[in-house]
Design a protein around this ligand. Structure first.
Ligand code: UDP
Ligand code: MG
Length: 316
């Protein structure tokens, strides 16, 4: 199979018939063999009913229904697991992304060596309250991830070589950082394609303003996960040891000073009367704590493989 199109959706009943028609038209024009995987992320409108009707008409549609709303990342993840095409395309259900872009995306993967192609909605139809934070978000992500050629990490329209989606796990709010996950997994050829963006035709956005805070915290976690998930001791250990050493050296100095005073018969203060003593005590305690935190994190990290837990209600 050439292409799997994965569409995560949450309450998108009005858009689905139009979207699948549009995709099918493009697929037939280019003679692609394909499947459309519609992942109903626990919608409470008629989306699932619409998917069932579409399935009756078109056998290349696969419907997966979550028992409740688990979020876009979980929906993409289940779609990635199910996908069988050589190239996997993701797109939003709300008709903001255009299926007309798929042939070029496909070509970049199959003929131009790309592992992942990320869409760039250069001209967007979103309110300014969204476009400005988005610019900032992308600049931060670009610099932190070292993927300097992407402008629109969160674009719903992306294409992947099959190996990529089978090698990564999308969880939490990580759907915004799939290129970063791919880079961490060792895929180097990450490309960008300018894509059309349309205003949302039906319904409203499913993400509130909290998206940027959540997204930023996830970005931080991705770096810690990427760098230290397997060896948390490598993060906590050195800081802990350093802090412990500082405390230890100060204590030695205080003892040395006191012994010198005794030997020279000069007056001295009790060690416990000196502020420095308390500083060293704190440093030793913090150092020990950090070291133990690292130790516990090492134990935990060996058992933390289960991130995605979701319940599928139906598959058609
Ligand atoms: N979506 C989803 N689960 C959710 C929220 C959103 O599957 O919990 C889907 C949604 O139906 C759409 C895509 O993710 O197909 C992008 O969502 P939306 O259009 O609301 O985001 P925006 O375009 O405002 O960034
Ligand atoms: Mg949208």
């Amino acid at each position: 199979m050439d292409i799997s199109i994965v569409v995560p959706l949450y309450n998108e009943e009005e858009s689905l018939p139009e979207l699948t028609d549009w995709i099918r038209r493009v697929m037939h024009q280019h003679n692609f063999s394909y499947e459309i995987i519609l992942v109903d992320d626990g919608s409470n409108d008629k989306s699932w009913k619409v998917i069932q009707d579409l399935k009756l008409q078109h056998e290349e549609i696969i419907g997966i229904k979550f028992r409740r709303n688990y979020g876009k990342s979980a929906a993409l993840n289940i779609g990635f697991n199910a996908a069988e095409g050589d190239v996997v395309i993701t797109m939003d259900a709300d008709l903001q992304d255009s299926p007309d872009e798929i042939p070029e995306l496909y070509d970049r993967i199959t003929n131009q060596g790309a592992d992942l192609v990320s869409g760039w909605k250069q001209k967007r139809y979103d309110p300014i309250t969204k476009t400005i934070p988005t610019k900032l978000f992308n600049a931060v992500t670009r610099n932190m991830s070292g993927i300097h050629n992407l402008h629109d990490f969160n674009c719903g329209l992306k294409a992947y070589r099959k190996d990529v989606v089978k090698s990564i796990e999308v969880y939490g709010e990580m759907h915004r950082y799939i290129p970063v996950l791919a880079k961490w997994a060792g895929f180097k050829n990450i490309q960008e394609q300018i894509v059309q963006h349309y205003p949302r035709k039906y319904g409203t956005t499913k993400f509130g303003p909290g998206r940027f805070v959540k997204g930023f915290l996830d970005l931080l976690s991705i770096f810690f996960v990427g760098k230290f998930a397997k060896r948390p001791m490598h993060f906590f250990g050195p800081i802990g040891v350093l802090s412990f050493m500082v405390g230890f050296v100060i204590t030695c100095y205080l003892i040395f000073e006191k012994l010198m005073s005794i030997a020279n018969h000069t007056p001295y203060r009790n060690i416990t009367d000196q502020p420095l003593f308390y500083l060293s005590l704190v440093a030793i305690l913090i150092g020990t704590q950090l070291f133990l935190t690292g130790f516990i994190a090492e134990l935990v990290s060996r058992n933390s493989t289960e991130r995605n837990k979701y319940h599928i209600e139906k598959v058609i």
